[in-house]
Design a protein around this ligand. Sequence first.
Ligand code: 2IT
Length: 444
Amino acid sequence: MNIEELMQSLEVKHPGEKEYLQAVREVLTTIEPVYNEHPEFEKAKIAERLVEPDRIFTFKVPWVDDRGDVQINLGYRIQFNNAIGPYKGGLRFHSSVNLSILKFLGFEQIFKNALTTLPMGGSKGGSDFNPRGKSEGEVMRFCQAFMTELWQHIGADTDVPAGDIGVGSREIGYLYGMYRKLARVNTGVLTGKNLEFGGSLIRPEATGFGGLYFVKQMLETSGMSLKGKTIAISGFGNVAWGAALKATELGAKVVSISGPDGYIYDEKGISGEKIDYMLELRATCNDIVSPYAEKYGAVFVPNRRPWELKVDIALPCATQNELNEEDANLLIQNGVICVGEISNMGCTPEAIELFISHKIMYGPGKAVNAGGVATSGLEMSQNAMHLSWTAEEVDLRLHQIMSEIHAQCLKYGREPDGYINYMKGANVAGFLKVAKAMLAQGVL
Ligand code: 2IT
């Protein structure tokens, strides 16, 4: 495989799609040695076929706001690869959403879903709709308008969307309601539903819980434990909430959360009712974290990220490229031992390089945050069987899946000196599964 040639041709075809090109380059670079051991991959042009989505739907989403004004947003669904199962991946509603961001997310999702051991292909979608400051009625009307276009492209065995940034159980409820009305079937189709209409227990917590199960195993592999460790978390949404809950339960102390306005440093630890308060903050739709400081007497540091704190563990839980080279340097200087991306592509390539060259435990998003989509897969199973599992049963399966992902990372990521390169391990394991499926099914 000639990575530079392939990247150059992608840059020409998709100029300026920087997040997408970043995600592709990372995967290609790490799988190169394995790829070259398999001439059959090269012959079937697996890499060239994998980097382009199967298809992209773009559509207009017109809706009427509370003032009676017509608003027009863009909607997308990117069906990237379904070699191992139905397309599966979240919907992101955020003003920053564009093709590059959704393509990077869809591409990552292929490998992440392959790692979960469940039969799910990769896709992603969303809109540049900004939920910030929108009323309940506006959110509902937007979701309904979005689904009037999307419904024709999805289905329980074809493409199964879920939540991502800006899409939680409320949005999933409105989207599901409209799908059900239009398609006249109750087959599940979206995951992250409320319990009353086919949702799974543990799904809201799953991304954060799975992330902590993974980090726990990373530490244990080096003879360490989470007990007494200090953790910096970014974000204050659903993912950060689940992570804080499980981290605290496992004996660690979470000292930060953050929003677009800055970060909170709570020296005493974010535990108990303070964790639930995050959900309240989120529900206000103002997208600011500073009210936490007033309520609990913590420090609010405006316009900065929590990576300047002296902590043992850093868990990005907000968005892509939220931890850069400078942040990585600060964390390393302050003695960080482990960085686990619970957001998708939370660290920049320069930051990752620094962690790896300093032999710091670094877990990439597609392994660390796979518990979310894995539990979506478990929701699909329950829907297909028309039954519901107990919280214990779902949590047990989530545990098993995270252990399996960790084991795959060890298998393919262990370096000659014993250091575990989780990025390489995750990329190679996910890639091999998908590549073998593509090879077996012919040129499609
Ligand atoms: O990035 C992700 O894995 C998600 N947003 C969850 C996707 C899913 O289908 O549950």
